[in-house]
Design a protein around this ligand. Structure first.
Ligand code: MG
Length: 225
């Protein structure tokens, strides 16, 4: 029996991925480190520090120092805030999904690789009465981050449930991998530019086209699980 739905944040609850990708792209290319936009969508879910190390290794043949990671992540986060114009955009359909999950009596848990404080601060105003600050896993809680199962295992712990009592909603391949590795049934909502097959290959049980589509199907999916 399902007792909780674990939600990823960017690209699921917020339509924030285009700004994240642009902020990453601009910040890294200003350091002479180039990567395609699609690559940032493929890395989505990693902690910022892990993404920085990966690109540093490819271009410079070494990890970034702790100081470099902190300063680069701070620049990226600052640029993200400028791009969003301090105006976070909830994903169309997200509130409908959350309302249905609440009315079914299921816990709502957030499991995100993000450390973007501006979005955490807005959860209560964008989604009133839905989330509990004690039931969130963020970049600050984890050692490994997605695609490691750690973040979703921590999410299960915070909800006090086992893997077969949860469903995950994810949009990113590495997020799907993380949830599947934690043994949780995973619904992918493909809100970005990647092909559905990438999410299926990552292990998603179902791939839907949008959060609106999920809101039309969430009750059936929970009952069948
Ligand atoms: Mg995401």
């Amino acid at each position: 029996m399902i007792k909780a739905v674990l939600f990823d944040m960017d690209g699921v609850l917020y339509d924030s991925m285009p700004s994240h990708v642009r902020a990453w792209s601009e910040t890294m290319s200003s350091l002479g480190i180039n990567a395609s936009e699609e690559e940032f969508y493929m890395h989505e879910g990693r902690t910022g520090h892990s993404t920085i190390d990966l690109l540093f290794n490819r271009t410079l043949g070494r990890d970034a120092t702790q100081e470099e990671k902190e300063s680069i992540y701070a620049s990226k986060a600052k640029r993200f805030v400028e791009l969003e114009n301090a105006d976070s955009k909830p994903m169309p359909g997200a509130m409908e999904v959350l309302e249905k999950v609440r009315s079914m009596g299921l816990q709502r848990v957030i499991v995100t690789g993000s450390g973007q404080e501006t979005l955490f601060g807005k959860l209560d105003s964008n989604f009133p009465g839905i989330f509990d600050k004690n039931k969130m896993v963020t970049a600050y809680d984890v050692q490994y981050g997605k695609p490691h199962p750690e973040p979703y295992l921590m999410g299960l712990g915070k909800a006090g449930i086992t893997a077969d009592e949860a469903i995950v909603v994810e949009n990113a391949p590495l997020g799907v991998e993380s949830a599947v590795a934690a043994g949780i049934r995973t619904i992918a909502v493909n809100t970005g530019p990647l092909k559905d097959q990438v999410l299926k290959d990552a292990g998603a049980d179902i791939v839907l086209s949008s959060m609106q589509n999920l809101s039309e199907n969430i009750e059936k999916i929970v009952q069948k699980a």
